[in-house]
Write a protein of this length. Structure first.
Length: 277
């Protein structure tokens, strides 16, 4: 008996035993009455493709919905997305009389729908850029929540300013965090290069992107690794691609290459800041 057949036989025996044991028990005693807490079901399928075995019936093991839900819940727990952000959805993102918001939502939903086709390609990422307060973070958080709950992809949320402040204050975390940022299925960087207000030579306050040489070095290592291994990134930033490239050409051009099929830059317009509405 080949290894796969052995596994199927073991699962089948375990499943049949659970059914027999369950005959004397009330189904409400199980966490999942559907699979009786075994974690999956043996279902019959008919071969529709192979010319030699077409029409032949065979048995396969499929994970129960309860296991899929458990994995989605676990992904949410380790994503580092806050409880408040877990409530961000596409449905509670307001687009009424907001054409720019609708256009951003269309890009995010298009990405979600096409993810299975682009997952292993170089251009498998998304960026929402520009005007503060127009809903970039809401949409990418909603997309992240959907990826975990429906696609069962792991996401790591990394708020740029707070994230690097934490790493700078605790270098013991640095190596482990950078490895996770490289290897997680989807890396979501929020407010990349968040600008700070500083006075210029004439005393006027200008917005200057925040990016130390150390931060650029760490981030380059992460983004370069993810690009080389076709691992997606989600990016929200007040900067557009030209500003990112001016800040660091190697890093900015890599981010552009990864996100060029799914991005939108919202021109600076204070009226688009929903926080002022």
């Amino acid at each position: 008996m080949d290894p796969i057949a052995k596994v199927m036989e073991r699962l089948k025996t375990q499943y049949q035993q659970s059914l027999q044991n369950g005959q004397a028990l009330n189904e409400r005693e199980y966490e999942c009455p559907k699979c009786k807490d075994v974690g999956g079901l043996i279902v019959k399928k008919v071969d529709e493709e192979d010319c030699c075995t077409k029409g032949k019936e065979y048995e396969v093991w499929v994970d129960c919905d309860c296991q899929l839900q458990k994995r989605a819940n676990n992904l949410l727990k380790v994503s580092e997305i806050t409880d408040e952000f877990k409530n961000k959805t596409f449905s509670n993102y307001e687009i009424t009389n907001r054409p720019v918001a609708k256009a951003m939502k269309d890009i995010a939903t298009k990405y979600f729908q096409e993810y299975s086709d682009i997952k292993g390609t170089e251009q498998n990422s998304i960026a929402l850029l520009g005007q503060p307060g127009c809903g970039k973070t809401h949409l990418l958080t909603a997309l992240s929540n959907n990826m975990m709950q429906k696609k069962l992809e792991s996401v790591l949320y990394f708020p740029y300013v707070e994230g690097f402040n934490d790493l700078r204050n605790d270098f013991e975390k640095l190596e482990a965090k950078l490895i996770r940022m490289k290897e997680v299925e989807i890396l979501y960087i929020d407010d990349l290069f968040k600008p700070a207000s500083k006075p210029d030579r004439d005393g006027k306050r200008i917005r200057v992107p925040q990016a130390s040489e150390w931060e650029l070095k760490q981030l380059f290592a992460v983004i370069n690794y993810r690009q080389m291994n076709n691992k997606p990134i989600f990016i929200s930033s007040e900067l557009d691609f030209n500003e990112m490239i001016a800040l660091d050409e190697g890093l900015g051009t890599r981010i552009y290459m990864m996100c060029k099929q799914y991005f939108m830059t919202v021109e600076k317009d204070l009226s688009l800041n929903y926080r002022l509405a």
